[in-house]
Design a protein. Structure first.
Length: 257
């Protein structure tokens, strides 16, 4: 067989296609790791200062509400913003839980904006990010750690289908909210355990900055998956009207569930 025939043969095309696919996957993974490392790297600028100011204001507001200083009625507002908790609770209860409507809105926005909640709202993410900046020598080393977040997410969803959603205590909003609430009297044991969980997250973040957000957090990975689905739908040629119809259908379907 001549060289030209060998190059044009189906086997050659198959091999070339497989190599191209593998190279594409490697390039995509490298891009993901690069974007994660850039997020963890020290940043400056007007946009970053605005984002930091907004996050600090939200941190203070959520801490005050969780402490019950205003009213105990508002002490659980922060966990209700979690689509991770809301979806698992709704599946386990076999009905849509009305208090999860805010979390549903967060999830819907994630189809368009990805991890926007992590970047602008999550108080635990803010604490973990700045504790990690105390150990600049370890910035970027979290990329060597396995991604546990997707396993936690789908294990919790699978448990919810069976009626017992495990790993809900891994939700970052619950961890932060329970930590602040643990200073009430008397101190309930579940809140104390969550307080220990917050310290564990901070220790992990100091050892490997950004490890919690990009390797462990189930809420972060839920947003990431939603964002990837949204980008895939957008890349398939769907118009803005199609995307709005898709999001409206999703909202209607979950509400009907």
């Amino acid at each position: 067989m001549s060289t030209c025939q060998l190059v044009n043969s189906p086997i050659a095309h198959l091999t070339t296609g497989n190599k191209g696919s593998e190279m594409s996957k490697v390039a995509k993974e490298n891009n993901n790791q690069a974007s994660e490392k850039n997020f963890c790297a020290p940043q400056a600028g007007r946009k970053q200062r605005i984002r930091l100011t907004v996050r600090i204001i939200i941190l203070i507001i959520t801490a005050v509400l969780a402490s019950g200083l205003v009213s105990h009625k508002f002490s659980m507002i922060l966990p209700r913003m979690s689509p991770f908790l809301g979806l698992c609770s709704s599946i386990a209860a076999r009905m849509f839980v009305p208090i999860s409507i805010v979390g549903l809105i967060v999830l819907i926005i994630s189809f368009v904006r990805g991890r926007w909640f992590c970047l602008y709202v999550c108080p635990l993410g803010l604490l973990a990010e700045y504790v990690g900046k105390l150990n600049r020598r370890a910035v970027g080393k979290f990329a060597r750690l396995p991604k546990l977040g997707p396993y936690i997410l789908f294990f919790a969803l699978g448990g919810a289908v069976l009626g017992y959603p495990v790993f809900l205590w891994c939700d970052p909003l619950s961890i932060f909210n329970d930590f602040v609430s643990a200073f009430r009297k008397p101190l309930p044991w579940p809140f104390i355990l969550s307080a220990i969980g917050l310290m564990a997250v901070l220790i992990l973040s100091f050892w490997r900055p950004c490890a919690w957000c990009f390797r462990c957090c189930p809420l972060g990975f839920m947003q990431e998956i939603a964002g990837k689905l949204g980008r895939k739908f957008k890349g398939s040629g769907g118009s803005a009207v199609d995307r709005r119809m898709f999001l409206a259908g999703l909202l209607g379907g979950i509400t009907a569930f």
